[in-house]
Ligand binder design. Structure first.
Ligand code: CAA
Length: 260
């Protein structure tokens, strides 16, 4: 796999994905989006990886948005194509069958905030800044911001942020529920790894099914959602990990999940 703008590293059961275009503050051009698609294909088929941390190279930016120089001269049709490409890759990330933690050092703007929102969990450094600045550039958010931001922080707050293009600091992002945790910049990756290790310590198929039940259940009414939950709950009982987890509890010993 030849990647131009992304670094993929694997440490045991953890994958670290780093968007690496620091000279453009990790802005997402189509080349980088295609790299991310390749990385996701690799991670989907790697049964040894149980959790992913997604970050941006350097301390200044997570991702400063979609690449403005690439978008500047697009036609209506080309703009739609670019939006569809970003949305397709972000949806693949959102549906990846293992949790993804975004580790956000600095700017997460436009497509950068949208990328973070396609992850399961967001950890921000105290220096992180968030905005959807698109309306100030004459466009709408195009990689899921109009859809994921209201789902995460509520419709009123999302409309305020998108219409005003206001840039918010990490503590405000925490207050409104846009991020899960704020930590000092120096400990950002340690905190992300520590959370990933808590996830990795649990039964991988159960974690995967938890993600599936939450993701699919959030898109449907409650009566349909509890059917999805029951299906995923039932699937756990065909796994070795369910037998091991419950037997270990009954026998008052440490559990030893498969592949650990
Ligand atoms: N696209 C392309 N290049 C970008 C970029 C972007 N989104 N963001 C930063 N860069 C480039 C700059 O052009 C600059 O390149 P040069 O050195 O070649 O001039 C380099 O990164 C460093 O940036 P600045 O000199 O601007 O750094 P700064 O410290 O003065 O400002 C910043 C930092 C506030 C993040 C500023 O760069 C900025 O406002 N960037 C754009 C943010 C933005 O509007 N993002 C949304 C894009 S639209 C979008 O994402 C649509 C969508 O939903 C899909």
């Amino acid at each position: 796999m030849e990647l131009k703008n992304i670094i993929l590293e694997k440490e045991g059961n953890l994958a670290i994905v780093t968007i690496n275009r620091p000279k453009a503050l990790n802005a997402l051009n189509s080349e980088t989006l295609k790299d991310l698609d390749l990385v996701l294909e690799n991670l989907e088929s790697d049964k040894n990886i149980y959790c992913v941390v997604l970050t941006g190279a350097g301390e200044k930016a997570f991702v400063a948005g979609a690449d403005i120089s690439e978008m500047k001269d697009l036609s209506e049709e080309e703009g739609k194509e670019f939006g569809l490409l970003g949305n397709k890759v972000f949806r693949r990330l959102e549906k990846l069958d293992k949790p993804v933690i975004a580790a956000i050092s600095g700017f997460a703007l436009g497509g950068g905030c949208e990328l973070a929102m396609a992850c399961d969990i967001r950890i921000a450094s105290e220096r992180a800044r968030f905005a959807q600045p698109e309306a100030g550039l004459g466009i709408t958010p195009g990689f899921g911001g109009t859809q994921r931001l209201p789902r995460l922080v509520g419709e009123g707050k999302a409309k305020e942020l998108i219409y005003t293009c206001a840039m918010i600091k990490a503590d405000e992002a925490l207050r409104i529920g846009l991020v899960n945790k704020v930590v000092p910049l120096e400990s950002l990756m340690d905190e992300a790894r520590a959370m990933a290790n808590l996830i990795i310590a649990n039964a991988p198929i159960a974690v995967k099914l938890c993600k599936d039940a939450i993701n699919r259940g959030m898109q449907v009414d409650m009566d349909s959602a509890i059917v999805i939950e029951a299906e995923d709950f039932g699937k756990c009982f065909s796994t070795e990990d369910q037998k091991e987890g419950m037997t270990a509890f009954i026998e008052k010993r440490n559990k030893n999940f498969l592949n650990k």
